[in-house]
Design a protein around this ligand. Structure first.
Ligand SMILES: O=P(O)(O)OC[C@H]1O[C@](O)(CO)[C@@H](O)[C@@H]1O
Length: 239
């Protein structure tokens, strides 16, 4: 894996933006894998800044995950997040921008269909990933099988606590989510992992130098052939 060290969150976002836009300009029908959380917000700002010069009409996107039980009008749903922070500002056709539906009546079928859509799109060309403090990628919590596909997960208490900052209280944080599986993520042709801040330094060191183990899901990235980590100095401080 390649590690790009940057000075700041802003530089991380800028660098990632230029890598993503480069892909979009050179591929005929690029498929982007997108993430939510705080980490990619700066990236989406940057993309919007460039949106007058870059068209997304030929782009498809697949998000990593969605909370179960939140509909797209709920400000805490990832569908709302993506509309608000990216999709409504760019010219991507609605039908090309995919997230799992967290209020689907049949969640198993939803997971199955999501996998099929990714496959039919030709798989993800470039996947953006953030890193959970406990090593989760997407919402694949510690203990998730490396051979998992898109599935429904029970969220860890630690993840619900970490994300409670977006909700009124911990009680409002959903207990379940739909996430792409580890194997689904590993099928992406290229992965850009963004990590910022000292709080993630321990997790990043374990990802890069630790044992590859299902108890720390992000460690599987050591086995992917084309991963670039773009991280600031604080995040890299324990490597
Ligand atoms: O970027 P953040 O907010 O630190 O979150 C890290 C990861 O955790 C999640 O938000 C899920 O909890 C992922 O979507 C994200 O990649």
């Amino acid at each position: 894996m390649e590690i790009i060290s940057v000075n700041s969150y802003e530089e991380m976002s800028e660098k990632t933006c230029s890598m993503v836009l480069n892909k979009i300009k050179h591929l005929q029908n690029p498929v982007l894998g997108l993430a939510t959380g705080s980490t990619p917000e700066g990236l989406y700002h940057r993309i919007i800044d460039e949106a007058d010069d870059v068209s997304f009409r030929h782009v498809s996107t697949f998000n990593l995950d969605e909370y179960v039980g939140l509909n797209k009008e709920d400000p805490n749903s990832y569908q709302y997040y993506m509309n608000d922070k990216l999709f409504k500002h760019i010219d991507i056709p609605d039908e090309n921008a995919h997230l799992p539906n967290g209020v689907a009546v049949d969640l198993e079928k939803e997971c199955h269909d999501y996998e099929r859509f990714i496959r039919e799109a030709g798989h993800v060309d470039i996947q953006i990933l953030g890193l959970g403090l406990n090593g989760h990628i997407g919402f694949n919590e510690p203990g998730t099988s490396f051979s998992s596909r898109t599935h429904v997960v029970d969220l860890d208490e630690s993840t619900r606590n970490a994300n409670a900052r977006f909700f009124g209280s911990i009680d409002e944080v959903p207990t379940k989510a739909i996430t792409m599986g580890i194997e689904t993520i590993m099928e992406s042709k290229e992965i850009l992992l963004l990590v910022s801040g000292e709080a993630k330094a321990e997790a990043l060191a374990r990802l890069v130098n630790g044992e590859v183990t299902e108890s720390f899901p992000a460690s599987i990235l050591q086995q992917h052939e084309h991963v670039t980590i773009i991280a600031d100095e604080a995040a890299l401080s324990k490597l």
